[in-house]
Design a protein around this ligand. Structure first.
Ligand code: S3P
Length: 440
């Protein structure tokens, strides 16, 4: 076992606003005529890039105070073509959702781009269905990747059975249909996060469910602006959940966290592994469940992580795998080939970093398996405890960097993470908050 010596201060902490909801608040504000307001907005590179992109189409964004913005849009019919390329940085959600929206705006032409990591990520998954809706969208990179060149058009009504349980694809097509005042029938095999559906309903629209995983939206759409309240991001809280559960002493109360059932897979998975986490102060805000999460030091064991849980833990698998290093019997994740399409190929990045630590990991096309509590692993942990330096590569991926910083805090190993600046895309202040939870 990795020696568990980390003592935490018992503290109430907050993590920054939900990234998915922050992106969507800008997109719905841009579609809506008149004023919208958002509080709790995640002021990190990814959603700020989405905000900056839409100001180039005519959205006015005024910062009131930290996390609080007032938006004013001329309405979707009066958004204009930007005269510069729209740069979404590292954000797959930013570019894919915005691409859908812009495809549905007749007369608006734009080029959407991003950093080197984003330019490698698959865009065929949105280009194909958008093209079938009548959109003009071309991936200018190799293999249909970004930059994406779009000429907005009136789109046709469309029915799509998504081969991938992806909220980005679902939201991209919904925003295309909404922007274009056209009908969409959409189905997926496992429910992916449904924030777009919730925000759409929160603005006064109806969704017709033909079955639990198949729905239809039909115009006319109501887009009159709203007041969005963004809770803390459970994907960011996940790092502190694992820290709290694996500490030797201390409890964290992580306050005001979005608990949408399509996002709480990390709680289910950690509980299956034996973690004690309690939900307090549950409430509904802006159509989304919210609550506080209290962690207790727990003993973890290997658990079977079912396939149905994968979409709701897709962003948390790196930090869950770190927890798995401490689980009696080890850790295995399968059915997670989507990990290869994230900010980095997270199967490769996790496996290669675990191998740098010296542990044996079996890699599969859709996941990996390891046993951090085997006799051999225990010998490795003993040698790493003596201060041997281990280089860790973050591959331009915020969640890889944060996962290994948590491992470093929990184990005391001399992990040398090559670059941590990516953390700014989703969790400004992560390292300071981590330090605040630990004793000197
Ligand atoms: C997101 C959806 C997920 C997730 C991403 C945010 C969203 O992607 O990985 O970080 O806000 O819709 P997929 O739905 O493509 O898996």
């Amino acid at each position: 076992m990795i020696p568990r010596n980390t003592k935490l201060k018992s503290k109430d902490i907050q993590v920054p606003g939900d990234k998915s909801l922050s992106h969507r608040s800008v997109l719905f504000a841009a579609l809506s005529k008149g004023k919208s307001k958002v509080t709790g907005f995640l002021e990190a590179e990814d959603p700020l890039n989405t905000m900056s992109a839409f100001t180039k189409l005519g959205l006015i964004a005024k910062k009131i105070k930290a996390g609080e913005y007032e938006f004013e849009s001329p309405g979707k019919d009066r958004l204009v073509s930007p005269n510069v390329e729209l740069d979404f940085g590292n954000a797959g959600t930013g570019i894919r959702l915005s691409a859908g929206l812009i495809c549905g705006l007749p007369g608006v032409d734009a080029v959407l781009t991003g950093d080197d990591s984003l330019k490698k990520r698959p865009m065929g998954r949105i280009i194909k269905p958008l093209t079938a809706m009548g959109a003009s969208i071309v991936g200018l990179g190799e293999k249909e990747t970004a930059p994406l060149k779009i000429q907005g058009k009136k789109l046709a009504s469309f029915r799509y059975e998504s081969p991938i349980a992806s909220a980005q694809i679902k939201s991209c097509l919904m925003l295309a249909a909404i922007a274009s005042e056209t009908e969409l029938e959409y189905s997926e095999s496992i429910l992916s996060r449904d924030h777009t559906e919730n925000m759409f309903r929160f603005l006064g629209n109806k969704i017709e469910y033909l079955s639990p995983l198949r729905f239809k939206i039909s115009p006319p759409y109501f887009l009159n602006g709203g007041e969005f309240k963004v809770p803390g991001d459970i994907s960011s809280a996940a790092f502190f959940l694992v820290l709290g559960v694996l500490a030797k002493e201390g409890n964290l109360l992580i306050q005001n966290i979005g608990l949408n059932p399509a996002r709480t897979g990390i709680l289910t998975a950690l509980k299956l592994m034996g973690a004690k986490i309690e939900i307090e102060n549950q409430r509904i805000e802006c159509g989304e469940p919210v609550g506080d999460l209290r962690t207790y030091p727990s003993t973890l064991k290997k658990a079977n992580i079912p396939e149905e849980l994968i979409p709701s833990i897709i962003d948390e698998i790196p930090i869950l795998s770190v927890a798995g290093l401490f689980a009696e019997g080890g850790f295995e994740i399968r059915h997670a080939e989507e990990l290869r399409a994230k900010e980095s190929d997270r199967i490769h990045t996790m496996v290669s970093n675990f191998r740098s630590l010296g542990i044996e990991v079996e890699e599969f096309p859709d996941g990996y398996a390891l046993d951090g509590t085997s006799k051999k692993s225990n010998e490795i942990w003993t040698s790493l405890s003596s201060g041997k330096k281990v280089p860790i590569l973050s591959f331009m991926d915020h969640r890889i960097a944060m996962s290994f910083l948590i491992l470093k805090a929990l184990s005391g190993f001399a992990l040398e993470i090559d670059e941590t600046s990516w953390i700014e895309t989703s969790f400004p202040g992560f390292e300071t908050l981590l330090k605040d939870c630990l004793y000197e």
